[in-house]
Ligand binder design. Structure first.
Ligand SMILES: [Mn+2]
Length: 487
């Protein structure tokens, strides 16, 4: 990548460093060049733009937010770039709250809902406008469009998002001057928080964050279609991986990570979380994301990965595959037990069921298997009461899924784990069994085997729909699917 304004003549470097900033602009530019750069640029303003596909949904979400906090100013930042090292940044990912309420993903953007007399709120989106040509910022400033690419004009943003747009550079001052109660979503934009420091409290801001988490528990039609899109792209990413397992064997787990990432970037925005590409005993490490290990024929590959769509909805899918295409007898026995547990878990996902039901159903099956195999002393009821199965089941059986992989994480216990399922909720069902390589309490042949199967389940009016069921789950179907892809 290029550096900003590489000096072209020696005297510029020595006598007058070109990178001396003054008023945000770089010095060391001749008057002739500065004058020349002001003009000769076409008008590229776009007119008559159609609103984005989810504009009606984001309007409904803002209306619900408005009703929950009458008479209060609400501030929801997109967030800023984060430094990776020196002058390079991580790729930007807008805050979930901001993207959910606006459909926009612009860095440094801020949504403000201002209370109006007579009730309700006026929404305004604050964005950086197109770069000024007259004062040179478009080519002399690091955030100038010459460097980072064309932005929407404020008028274009208004047409696309259906929200009046203003210059974000004026927002901190306006917030400092504002009177009346204010809440801000914290953790995304330190500059905006600093402008509000005298006006907000942590407790009241947390109530806003909790509301925005709980509002996302039930997905609208747009969100469901995005989650389906994410699952479909993810399924294609898993197929990509199966096709290149020989190349992974010749290199490492990184080949799997890179292969899935390619699909995520081509069909979506990114991966929704760090891909877990765990071959052999790495499958027993729940968050194995180093992905630097060998891939060996005869071992299992636990692949836990999800494509995030361009609108920021992610899948979260796991398959545990025999690297050479055939499960061994013991691998299949463990796999079948996890499959049976997952079937029991999925069957418990339906409207009116307690959220905890699918977890309990899956854990019961796994406990039964562990007793049957003689790994833990029964009866099953004793094992479940004491939680003894957890040495090998390790984690909860699932979680809400949406824009965040662990979605709605700020929801209150009574609204999430103690709630009953409703149509439109989407959750993962992902039981697993993990026998650590150094677990002396299990027979040697079990050690280093980890199996998880994870699908994304939408609660429907009459039961559920498996959004990720285009990927096979039963052991024989997995083998047939792999054979077909490698053939
Ligand atoms: Mn998951």
């Amino acid at each position: 990548m290029a550096e900003e304004l590489t000096p072209e003549t020696p005297e510029e470097t020595e006598d007058q460093p070109i990178k001396q900033r003054k008023n945000g602009l770089y010095q060391g530019v001749s008057d002739e060049l500065a004058e020349n750069m002001k003009s000769g640029w076409a008008d590229t303003e776009l007119r008559g733009l159609a609103p984005i596909a989810q504009a009606e949904h984001t309007a409904a979400r803002r209306a619900a937010l408005s009703a929950r906090f009458p008479g209060e100013r609400l501030v929801v930042p997109a967030g800023n770039l984060k430094t990776r090292s020196n002058d390079t940044e991580y790729s930007f990912r807008a805050s979930t709250e901001y993207a959910y309420l606006t459909g926009d993903q612009t860095q440094d953007g801020v949504l403000v809902l201002e209370p109006v007399k007579g009730g309700g709120h006026q929404a305004t989106i604050y964005l950086l406008p197109r770069s000024n040509r007259e004062n040179g910022e478009f080519w002399l400033d690091g955030q100038g469009e010459l460097w980072v690419g064309r932005r929407n004009s404020l008028s274009e943003a208004e047409q696309l998002l259906g929200i009046p747009a203003e210059d974000v550079r004026e927002l901190p001052g306006a917030l400092k001057d504002a009177t009346g109660p204010v809440r801000v979503v914290r953790g995304h934009d330190a500059g905006i928080e600093a402008a509000l420091t005298d006006k907000v409290t942590a407790e009241r801001d947390e109530e806003l964050r909790v509301y925005l988490s709980e509002a996302r528990l039930v997905k609208d039609a747009f969100e469901v279609s995005e989650l389906q899109k994410a699952c479909d792209a993810t399924a294609r990413g898993f197929e990509d991986v199966v096709r290149v397992l020989d190349k992974a064997e010749a290199t490492s787990e990184r080949y799997i990570e890179g292969t899935f990432f390619l699909r995520a970037r081509v069909e979506g925005n990114d991966i929704g979380y760090g891909s877990i590409c765990a071959a052999g005993p790495h499958a027993t490490t729940l968050h194995w994301v180093r992905n630097d290990g060998p891939v060996r024929s005869g071992d299992l590959l636990l692949l836990d990965a999800g494509v995030e769509t361009n609108e920021l909805y992610t899948a979260d899918v796991t398959r545990t595959l025999p690297i050479n295409g055939r499960y061994t007898e013991l691998q299949r026995k463990i796999y079948d037990a996890v499959y049976e547990a997952q079937e029991a878990g999925i069957a418990a996902v339906k409207p009116g069921a307690a959220y905890r039901d699918f977890h309990d159903a899956a854990q019961r099956v796994l406990a039964e298997k562990l007793v049957e195999w003689g790994l833990v002393e029964g009866p099953v009821e004793r094992v479940l009461d004491l939680g003894l199965q957890r040495r090998w089941t390790l984690h909860g059986t699932g979680h809400m899924l949406g824009m965040d992989v662990h979605d709605c994480a700020a929801a209150r216990t009574e609204a999430y784990v103690d709630t009953t399922l409703e149509p439109g909720m989407c959750l993962t069902v992902e039981p697993g069994l993990y026998f650590q390589a150094d677990d002396l309490t299990v027979p040697e042949e079990y050690r280093g085997i980890g199996v998880r199967i994870e699908d994304d389940i939408l609660v429907t009016e009459d039961g559920n729909r498996n959004l990720s069921d285009s990927l096979p789950r039963r052991a024989d179907e997995v083998e047939a699917w792999m054979a077909g892809l490698k053939g």
